[in-house]
Design a protein around this ligand. Sequence first.
Ligand code: AP5
Ligand code: MG
Length: 177
Amino acid sequence: MRILVIGPVGSGKSTQAQILAGELGIPLIMMGSLLREIASKDTKLGRLVGNKMHRGELVDDEIVVETIREKLKTPDRKGFVVDGYPRTKDQLSMFDPGFDRVFFLSLSDNEIKKRLAKRARQDDKPEVIKARLEAYYQSTLPIIEHYRQLGILTEISAGHPIEEVARMIREFLDGNA
Ligand code: AP5
Ligand code: MG
């Protein structure tokens, strides 16, 4: 099964994608982590990616698409779980991983800010969180609507404890197996 976990900044996408990939025994692809790895290198590309991420802006579509394309060159027969791709309609039209199911983790801006205040990632400063949220509302919400219209979107209320959110996702999958 090809699964996408999508949602606003700090909604628990990576947390839930990791749990799900572990439970299903399929590969996990986290675009944010892949880009952080690129940004950690002292290369022209690394600096380009790092600058965007430090400002909370989306990394250029071409770089992101090339990165995921490479990762999915030989996809696992049993599928994969993706967190963080696509984030723009252009990315989707450049490369579509063909998801079977999309889990949308919904969370209020207030809860997001509370959660990220407890973490200390480099891009968790208030002004950068604001920019990341703006990118989400402007570029990623239309993708969510696209999947809703395709009829493959499952909205999960992410304002519950981690295990509870994981249980809701699992119950949906079990009920639709
Ligand atoms: P990315 O790393 O994907 O960041 P993000 O979308 O801003 O989301 P986060 O990773 O902060 O949150 P999350 O939803 O994964 O939640 P998490 O599980 O970590 O992307 C970073 C940057 O990379 C972007 O800003 C952009 O620059 C670039 N980028 C990435 N993809 C791109 C693309 N396709 N195109 C262009 N640019 C791209 O949880 C957050 C915190 O909450 C943790 O501390 C966690 O422990 C806690 N938590 C999780 N669940 C719960 C819960 N249920 N209750 C309480 N706490 C919880
Ligand atoms: Mg994440």
